[in-house]
Ligand binder design. Sequence first.
Ligand code: ATP
Ligand code: MG
Length: 297
Amino acid sequence: MNALSLACHQTPILSLDGVSYTYPDGTRALNQISLEIPRGSKIAVLGANGAGKSTLFLHLNGILKPQQGQILLEGRPVKYSRSFLGELRSQVGIVFQDPDSQLFAMNVFEDISFGPMNMKLPRPEVKDRVERAMEITRITSLKNKPTGHLSYGEKKRVAIAGVLAMEPAVVILDEPTAFLDPRLVDEMVVLFEKLHSAGQTLIMSTHDMDLAYRWADYCYVLNHGTVVARGRPEDIFTAHSVLKENNLQQPWVLKVFSGLLSSGLIGEGLEAPRNEEQLFHYIKKAAIAPVTENRPD
Ligand SMILES: Nc1ncnc2c1ncn2[C@@H]1O[C@H](COP(=O)(O)OP(=O)(O)OP(=O)(O)O)[C@@H](O)[C@H]1O
Ligand SMILES: [Mg+2]
């Protein structure tokens, strides 16, 4: 089931209704944003630098408060009381774009423990959660290392582990793979799939269009604080005007696919491939059978 069909049947876990926000220096970062995050979805938030992605995320767990409009948690308007914010933050965890603004404890274990300790969980439960979070993000060997000595990619994973240890229903990942080496990016994607399979809702911003395309089941595109496009990745990434107006690159899988189509090497009527395996499948079929026989399965 995709995000859109889920949205039709259930109250979204989070939604924004006409949210606007202007920073104190007068920058209008969000302008009348309305959108829904269905439970269990994988949402990509896309847009050029400065489009408003991080500002949007800071609203989703109550760090920023809308000046107009409202945020809804499972249909209930978010209130900015201590108790409501506590509930919101236990359900919605955010991994910041810059890991240095997330990490502060002396060492990795302490840092990841901070969230679950704050939730007043019993110590053995905290320890279990921290160990599980370190295992799943593959940082167990860094357990006693001072956070200040970590590499950028290690810091990113510690920041993710800190949020996972709180076991929030929604995990917001603000550019989680920026500056990571390709192997780590692949490991991250495997991790995100595990979280999704376990029922968590994931929201990610990224400038990596190949990643957004293969990973997301629904996309929102922001431009100057406004949602200018929304839809399934296969629709967003084949809409050339949306890509051009928002400085988004077409994923390579789609570029190759349209090249093969326009040169007649594969037949019309095939669905856009979502990943390289699907694309190779089309190419293999085209190599074996003449184009006229290369019909969808
Ligand atoms: N603390 C702040 N004070 C003033 N303006 C800010 C502040 N933080 C962000 N902005 C401005 O708000 C707008 C949206 O910024 P935001 O960080 O949300 O964009 P973004 O889409 O996350 O960009 P990027 O892709 O570079 O991370 C930008 O014009 C930015 O300059
Ligand atoms: Mg940002």
